[in-house]
Design a protein around this ligand. Structure first.
Ligand code: ATP
Length: 306
């Protein structure tokens, strides 16, 4: 039987009076990339700390690669990579020395450190410079290289792309795709919803310590039943008439251009009608609800699980 990499069952975490996590259960499976999203203070960092074994749950159980992460002999720690939200390094050490230091802490071989630095785009020149001379993006990449020490089977990344420019972000996600192909389980906590959209297999939305949605983007779209937005521009002089096949509000936005919102189940019928004379259509945009839209929807709607 295949065991999930991470399994949380009925987890509660209290900090004194504050109940940061209120009965959360989920599994993270091998090779899965899961986006963990939620407002500030929703409980994301607390969940990550629980999976790392840095704090213990007040109730419920947590298994990471089959073991309790908060037990003293958590032997799978070496196979776990963590990138904290703000990475703080010793400024006098070079990138290479920093990785050697973390490799010792993690009790893994530092032999592939240079390879890791190359993979995150910190070449030999940068590797031998003290971290104090690094830009914010370079420090973030060094943090990622540190998280990749020991070929982790589970990567917990807290706001990993903050401070990275668009080209570096793309490179970062390419690296994640490679790891995912090798079966690494990746949890990405982020506020950058747009960039997560095509990258996460699954989205877990937490709000006020509760998991309010958990599923693939398509699952969440099916649950939310938000309309698809369609924008169409017709050829000048085309015989334009509002659609008859389904009832939609048809809104002119520019000469010969219309926008409408259509329910999921009516989308194909409507598109067929609108494009019945293909030569008359000069532009057609079909926008499915974005992760931003879904996030706002579930925050308003409360709990939804698939
Ligand atoms: P952000 O997006 O701002 O990083 P988050 O989703 O990571 O937020 P957490 O840091 O997990 O949120 O915090 C969840 C709740 O628990 C918040 O109300 C926070 O104030 C509270 N909290 C977190 N750590 C502690 C602590 N050590 N003592 C008391 N309360 C805490």
């Amino acid at each position: 039987m295949m065991h999930p990499t991470v399994l949380l069952s009925g987890v509660v975490k209290r900090y004194g009076e504050v109940q940061a996590i209120k009965d959360i259960s989920f599994a993270l499976n091998e090779g899965e990339t899961v986006a963990l999203v939620g407002h500030n203070g929703a409980g994301k960092t607390t969940l990550i700390k629980l999976m790392l074994g840095l704090i213990r749950p007040s109730a419920g159980s947590i298994k990471v690669m089959g073991e309790d992460p908060s037990s003293g002999d958590f032997s799978v720690r070496q196979r776990l990579g963590y990138l904290p939200e703000s990475v703080a390094f010793h400024m006098a050490l070079t990138g290479r020395e920093t990785l050697a230091f973390y490799a010792r802490l993690k009790r893994v071989s530092p032999s592939n450190s240079m390879d890791l630095l190359e993979r995150v785009g910190l070449g030999a020149a940068a590797a031998d410079r003290p971290v104090r001379t690094y830009s914010k993006g370079m420090r973030q990449r060094l943090g990622l290289a540190q998280a990749l020490l020991g070929e982790p089977r589970l990567l917990l990344l807290d706001e990993p792309t903050s401070g990275l420019d668009p080209a570096l972000r793309r490179r970062f996600y390419d690296l994640l795709s490679e790891l995912r192909a090798k079966g690494t389980t990746i949890l990405l906590s982020s506020h950058a919803l747009t960039e997560l959209e095509d990258r996460a297999d699954r989205v877990l939305i937490v709000n006020d310590g509760v998991a309010i949605a958990d599923g693939t983007l398509d699952d969440l779209r099916a649950l939310a039943r938000l309309p698809t937005r369609v924008s169409v521009r017709f050829r000048h002089g085309a015989n334009i008439r509002s659609p008859k096949s389904v009832a939609v509000a048809w809104k002119p936005t520019a000469p010969e251009t219309f926008e409408f919102e259509v329910a999921m189940e009516d989308k194909i019928t409507l598109l067929k009608e609108v494009t019945a004379n293909p030569d008359d259509v000069v532009m057609l945009h079909v926008n499915e609800p974005s992760l931003d839209d879904l996030y706002a929807h579930f925050l308003n709607a409360g709990r939804a699980r698939v």
